[in-house]
Design a protein around this ligand. Sequence first.
Ligand code: ADP
Ligand code: MG
Length: 263
Amino acid sequence: MTSPRLLSAERVSLRYSGAARPVFAEVDLDVGAGEVVTILGPSGAGKSSLLRVLGGLQPSTSGSVTIRGTPMHGAHPRVAFAFQSPGLLPWLTLERNVAFGLDFKRQPRLERSELAARVDAAITEVGLSHARHLRPTALSGGMAQRAALARCLARQPEALLLDEPFGALDEVTRGEMQDLLLKVVADFGTAVVLVTHDIDEALLLSDRIVLLGGSPAAPIRDWRIALSHPRHDLVAELGAIRVDILSAMRGLRSRSREPDYVI
Ligand code: ADP
Ligand code: MG
């Protein structure tokens, strides 16, 4: 069950300084607790920019982003980010990488024992207890990405913002990470905004898929996917949605070739 509006964008627009036109304009997006919303769109559409605005890493030019109804000003301690590159610090063990930043100013103050317990729980959740004392060079790509997810989880995030997080992984490892993400959502009711250009990944994971496109970009279409997990065997149901998404993406591409096309 999802609850409405954990993380909410209302009419947000972003124009980078010096740019001729906004990257995106008047975007509304609501994500509920326990909901996975995927943003799909062509390269350069503004997906990463929108995600940074949702996470308070990039101020919008206009509009507002709220978490549980409270306006976000800058990064929020309960909103965590993960990117394609795990971004682990090479000189720290996995355990210390997961703990890294938990005692920073923006984070709520934690007792040492609470901090250790959180790190421990996060490492256990992603199945890396056996590797906690290893340094990043000793981790496989999949393990490093698990460690990055554990670092997010140690913050006990209410919202998880993921920018093509599994794009660099082989297919089997990617499948394992996708399952792990769904487990995290089921265990903690985390709201997830996932940016990917992989339609199949979007179909397997999402409660809702939003297609971002145009110039300036805006949500063009969305698809609600009310199918239970795991979805690997739901070939016919997912196939039909896949065809629809692909044709909407092709339509976007042909429209964007018109020189003065503006939404
Ligand atoms: P996507 O993630 O969909 O590929 P991005 O959000 O990375 O798209 O980029 C959208 C547009 O915004 C691109 O034209 C890109 O060049 C521009 N852009 C992205 N980041 C910045 C930045 N920090 N400053 C100026 N322009 C940027
Ligand atoms: Mg991007």
